[in-house]
Design a protein around this ligand. Structure first.
Ligand code: BGC
Length: 743
């Protein structure tokens, strides 16, 4: 829909001779003065002092963006933009800086086209596979640092919609299918990011669980299901991080667009969760002035169609009360003071490339999930003279990344294109220049390492036949703006893997996917490693795992089903043509005016991910929470102590011969009669253990994680009764079990 939209921006900037200097000048302006610069006052007090000085026009200025080339109208003021997705003009007279927003899901987006450099981290879903809260903090901190270095003071990242629909093209940007895992992880990403004095945001609020018809779909779902699934992830993330912004999503929820949905924005977000930051619309997700404002939308992006002149008129006519307008402004200013973007504005600087590589590689090593390892096929022995066949997925030059507004530009351009090709184009398949062939060769110095592109299965099988080991790389590209037609590996890669596996009994499959895939060859290969989209240093992380320098520890944050027939919905509901116009300048106006709704009903409700397969008794390929290691662990001594938080204690021992980190998971089954799926994740602990070592672990479970959402009382409720706590290495292997009565 928005082919090369930011490319258009840079081209226009060059043609019009627009300098990016004004933005730079704003960041380097003299320190503002005024009573609101007294840092001993609270962010709320400081915001109020500024508001007292503001004219109506100045207030309105903060409530909207200034446009985006290639995406609707662009204001003359846009020249101050730093080149990111959003630019809000500041108020120099009062020392309020511009807000320079950049997409930054797994790194700062579109840096290449601004002549800059960003680290690509492993994609967000990959990071969730680490289940590592410290790694999540580092993830956010790195993005925050690089945003500042590039002159941005707000990130558009923090995607936390649940993997309700495994074919959703944006699942790679989100944090999996469990609300507690996703919520805790996004909370740490945002905390790390905002600690760098950058405004954070959590998105897309809410129920944006499919891309098909995202501007028009009406999601029907009952309140209890919504609160206990997708909304719970937001609730936890917001409580843990106090993010500056929440981005409301494109879709409708139970009749109203998310960005003018009073239940979502006011009743839940602002009243129940006491969210103090501001709500900004997804790009083009605003559809009204008075209704949206009353519902709780504070800020329109990217343009000023509804929150510019029409907002001024509505205020003057009394349709939007001044108190409501002031609340929108207050929330934005408060967030700016609270996050430190006024007291400590970013200074453009050079990104720490080496530091970025280190963080990215470490997180990638913690994110790759070992799914199968028959006869200890892995790790490979680097000292052995052997022949290794490397096959497929451009593994000679690069590793895949996920597309859309999350796309980070690879240094030097796409690894599979001729050098110097330039900036990335919307929805192009981008391969990062991190070469598995090179890193494997560098490890296995005595080995003969040969490459086959995998385009001809017979030639690949011939190479594999004469090798001691064959490593087949298989990929599944995904992006914003699309969903997958099915979960099969595209381009006949299943046939390639089957042929290679038939030729060589020591076949290892490395997956680079953003969603689960089906595996008709699962029984025919000896090892499978899910590497996701592993970022700038993916190949280094991969080689460390393949050769055992790093012991894998990651666990799946999503279920891998056996087949699409097992999903809650056989097919994604796709929009009729009237609800999904072809992209043109006019389509933009149609979207703003509101497209005819088409319906989808998420009647699986509470049964998202493993909760669905558990309830329906459907066997899966690899369950949620599953992942192997090169060592083994045992679990014993479960003890459950009720209290204000329930304390679940047990012992984990490393019974193998290598040091490792075990993610020990705790699940709970709620009392019969609550209508809940058989179990839910309620906590975990990542335990580092040397061979032979054992550690006592305690997981404290807060009451909300054991509660149901009572719609009549409009509150969380711990239902008195019998709760069974289970602990173990995955959602389907839970050797420890104990029941207690909770009142
Ligand atoms: C995406 C958002 C993104 C925004 C700005 C939208 O299309 O849904 O996630 O932040 O564009 O690029």
């Amino acid at each position: 829909m928005r082919l090369g939209r930011t490319n258009v921006a840079s081209v226009c900037a060059v043609i019009l001779g627009i300098a990016l200097l004004p933005a730079y000048a704003q960041f380097n302006a003299p320190k503002p003065t005024g009573p609101w610069m007294n840092t001993s006052l609270s962010p709320d007090e400081r915001a109020d002092l500024v508001i007292k000085q503001m004219t109506l026009d100045e207030k309105i200025t903060l409530l909207h963006g200034t446009g985006m080339f290639g995406l609707g109208p662009v204001s003359a003021l846009h020249t101050g933009s730093n080149g990111g997705a959003g630019y809000v003009v500041g108020i120099p007279r009062l020392g309020i800086p511009a807000i320079q927003m950049s997409d930054a899901a797994y790194g700062v987006r579109s840096s290449g086209e601004n002549g800059r450099y960003s680290t690509a981290l492993p994609n967000n879903l990959a990071s969730a596979a680490s289940w590592d809260l410290k790694a999540a903090y580092e993830y956010g901190a790195l993005i925050g640092r690089e945003l500042r270095d590039q002159g941005y003071n707000m990130s558009l990242g923090g995607g936390v919609d649940l993997t309700r629909e495994p074919r959703n093209g944006r699942n790679f940007e989100y944090l999996g299918e469990d609300p507690i895992l996703a919520g805790k992880m996004v909370g740490q990403v945002m905390t790390g990011l905002q600690a760098q004095h950058v405004l954070g945001d959590i998105k897309h609020y809410a129920m944006n669980d499919q891309e098909s018809g995202r501007n028009s779909v009406n999601v029907n779902i009952d309140k209890r299901a919504m609160r206990e699934t997708d909304l719970l992830a937001f609730e936890i993330g917001i409580q843990d991080a106090n993010p500056a912004g929440v981005m409301c999503s494109y879709n409708r929820v139970n009749g109203d667009y998310a960005c003018e949905n009073k239940y979502l924005l006011t009743d839940v977000l602002k009243k129940d969760w006491k969210f103090k930051g501001f709500v900004l619309s997804d790009w083009g997700g605003t559809h009204s002035t008075v209704k949206a404002s009353a519902a709780g939308l504070d800020h329109e992006e990217p343009a000023e169609i509804f929150y510019g002149e029409p907002m001024k008129k509505a205020v003057e006519a009394g349709q939007v009360p001044m108190s409501e307008l002031n609340d929108h402004v207050h929330r934005i200013l408060r967030a700016m003071f609270a996050t430190g973007v006024i007291d400590d504005p970013p200074q453009k600087s050079v990104v720490d490339v080496v530091g970025g590589f280190e963080v990215s590689q470490k997180i990638a090593e913690q994110s790759m999930v070992l799914l199968k390892n028959e006869n200890s096929q892995l790790p490979l022995d680097a000292s052995k003279a052997q022949t290794i066949a490397i096959i497929g997925a451009h593994s000679d030059v690069g590793m895949l990344s996920g597309g859309g507004s999350a796309q980070v530009d690879p240094p030097g351009g796409n690894a599979i294109m001729p050098p110097g090709k330039g900036a990335t184009v919307w929805q192009e398949h981008i391969w990062f220049p991190t070469s598995p062939l090179k890193t494997i060769k560098a490890k296995a110095v005595k080995a003969k390492v040969e490459y086959d592109a995998g385009t001809d299965p017979d030639s690949a099988a011939a190479l594999a036949k004469n090798a001691d080991v064959a490593i087949v790389f298989a990929s599944q590209w995904v992006s914003e703006g699309m969903d997958l037609p099915n979960l099969a590996l595209p381009h006949d890669q299943d046939a390639l893997i089957a042929k290679v596996a038939a030729a060589n009994p020591h076949t290892i499959v490395v997956l680079e996917t953003g969603d689960p895939v089906t595996m008709p060859w699962v029984n025919d290969v000896s090892a499978i490693l899910e590497a996701w989209f592993p970022g700038s240093r993916g190949a280094n992380a991969l080689a460390n795992i393949l050769f055992g320098d790093v012991n894998p520890s990651a666990k799946l944050p999503i279920t891998f089903p056996k087949s699409e027939a097992d999903l809650p919905h056989l097919k994604i509901v796709t929009p009729p043509p009237t609800s999904n116009p072809r992209w043109s300048p006019d389509a933009w106006k149609q979207i703003a005016a509101g497209l005819p709704a088409f319906q989808t009903t998420y009647d699986e409700g509470l049964k998202v991910g493993y909760k669905w397969y558990d309830t329906e008794h459907k066997a899966v390929l690899f369950p949620f929470g599953y992942g192997l290691s090169y060592t083994t662990y045992s679990y014993s001594n479960l003890k459950v102590e009720p209290g204000s938080d329930v304390r679940v204690s047990f012992t984990v021992a490393n019974t193998g011969s290598r040091a490792g980190a075990e993610i020990a998971e705790v699940y709970a089954a709620l009392p019969a009669g609550t209508g809940e799926p058989p179990k839910r994740l309620v906590g975990w602990s990542k335990v580092e253990l040397n061979p032979g070592e054992s550690k006592d672990v305690t997981v404290e479970v807060e009451p909300k994680y054991l509660s149901i959402f009572n719609v009549e009382k409009d509150a969380w409720q711990l239902v008195p009764g019998n709760y069974t706590f289970m602990a173990g290495p995955s959602s389907q292997t839970l050797p420890l079990k104990e029941s207690v009565n909770l009142q």
